[in-house]
Design a protein around this ligand. Sequence first.
Ligand code: 13P
Ligand code: SF4
Length: 351
Amino acid sequence: QDEACVQRIEEAKRSLGKSTVILAHHYQRADVYRHADLTGDSLKLAYQAAKTDADYLVFCGVHFMAEVADILSSNEQTVILPDLAAGCSMADMANLTKVERAWRELAEILSPEEMVTPVTYINSAADLKAFCGEHGGIVCTSSNAVKILEWSFQQREKVLFFPDQHLGRWSGHQLGISLDEMQVWDFDQPMGGLTPEQIKQAKILLWKGHCSVHQMFQPQHILKFRNQHPDGIVISHPECSFEVCNASDYVGSTEYIIRTIAEAKEGTRWLVGTELNLVSRIAEEFKPQNKIVQFMSPLVCMCSTMARIDPQHLTWALENLANGVVVNQIRVPQSEAELAKLALDRMLTIS
Ligand code: 13P
Ligand code: SF4
């Protein structure tokens, strides 16, 4: 940690006072996370962004999270992403052109009564949330996806779920939908690479997207841990593959993972399948309770795009702000923001 940066950040924060809040996702690197006023998973951060009355929200997360903060905060508030290159590779796997094409292709095969509810994971661009808002759809996060799917099936009998196939599959499975009733929509192929029969029979069409970090976790990592530590407990994020989720004892969002381990008995041993910054942080945090927290993969699996928000970028954004200059503002165009808010508000009401 660069001590000079720490001091500059603290000084800028002092001079900005209550006008500015720093929000950080649980995956944020330690040298940035330590400066956060508000932390959480993507759902909690969305609520916090909607609630804060600070003038400036400095978002230490990825681009889609900052967009959500802009949509849910008031027009007078300003959202800043210290490095605009902090994107999410999964969010980039779906775009409006491809989703609109899927929509048109589905409308050719399905009657209006059979048509899908579009459900977008919050890990997506604002225009996809707007698409869902416009077409009777909704947003979900990893902590409410099952509830949101339930709601979606009350609207229509099928769902198009994007961009994360794994979250969609695991949540569908939780609702009792069989794997045969879920089909992967390969967005690079006409009709998603499916036959009209397959489309008609599917209950959930799963966009062929995934998280490059969570795909690194494998069932054999769990097997090895269970052989070495028969009393050990395994907990994973639902962006992991179905096989990993199925072999885990618990599956849930980052907030759920932290809470579950916090509430567990002293002396327990955990294998955790999610991003490394978070796992390293809680491994330290729970040491005094004699809880052993292990990372699931032998490889380094970090959200490298979120890690672009480093102390240097945070210093730059805060010092500019303290001098009255706004850098890297995230502003979703108004008409898009209104429709996206519709889909987000549907989610926030249900969760
Ligand atoms: P959470 O819903 O746990 O914040 O997950 C967001 C995410 O991007 C995980 O990769
Ligand atoms: Fe996106 Fe994966 Fe990073 Fe989450 S961990 S923000 S899904 S790239």
